[in-house]
Design a protein around this ligand. Structure first.
Ligand code: GAR
Length: 188
């Protein structure tokens, strides 16, 4: 069985879609959900689906404690699904081309430090963009700069609020992220 590990900081709607996608898979499983927030919605999703979860603090990420947990799992793929801290370079070095992130915009636009979730959609609206989208990319030491794996665009000319844009983007994420994960885990 191939093992997928998910890191998430928030509601976890993307994590949930990935969990459901692999629920009856004979090929790959979600081994563990890691979260840096003790009250993150993703932890309830993990519990409901019988998936082990680990909550950690910044220190655990920096002193190698999280890395030790990951090593024990021996994951085939590490998926950042709404994980809002910078991923440590020692873990990136250990798993080259096995860590992916989803970003709620068409990188290289609207990426970088501080550009996450609602802030991205607010900036997109402010700039009167006609379209936005999603980018799934490999993770390197720089925020949102790893090689792109997949992008999809959506028209937002009729959207008048960041929430409306967020909804369109979430629809894309939920449709395509599990499929991209499946493709990568199959080819790994
Ligand atoms: C998603 O839209 C994801 O693209 C974004 O956070 C949201 C998490 O939603 N990630 C970033 O902004 C990373 N820079 P979810 O918790 O419902 O999956």
């Amino acid at each position: 069985m191939r093992r997928i590990v998910i890191f998430a900081s928030g509601a976890g709607s993307n994590a949930e879609k990935i969990i459901l996608h692999f629920k009856n898979s004979a090929f790959a499983e979600i081994s563990t959900i890691f979260s840096n927030k003790a009250n993150a919605g993703v932890l309830e999703i993990a519990r409901k689906n019988g998936i082990k979860s680990i909550v950690f603090g910044r220190e655990d990420l920096e002193n190698g404690a999280v890395m030790e947990q990951i090593k024990k799992i021996e994951p085939d793929l590490i998926v950042l699904a709404g994980f809002l801290w910078k991923f440590p370079s020692d873990i990136i070095a250990l798993y080259p081309d096995k860590i992916i992130n989803i970003h709620p915009a068409l990188l290289p636009k609207y990426g970088g430090k501080g550009m996450y979730g609602r802030y991205v959609h607010e900036a997109v609206l402010k700039n009167k963009e006609k379209e936005t989208g999603i980018t799934i990319h490999y993770v390197n030491e720089h925020y949102d700069e790893g090689t792109y794996i997949f992008q999809k665009t959506v028209n937002i000319e009729k959207c008048n609020s960041p929430e409306e844009i967020a909804q369109k983007v979430h629809e894309l994420e939920h449709e395509y992220f599990p499929l991209v994960v499946e493709k990568l885990i199959t080819n790994n």
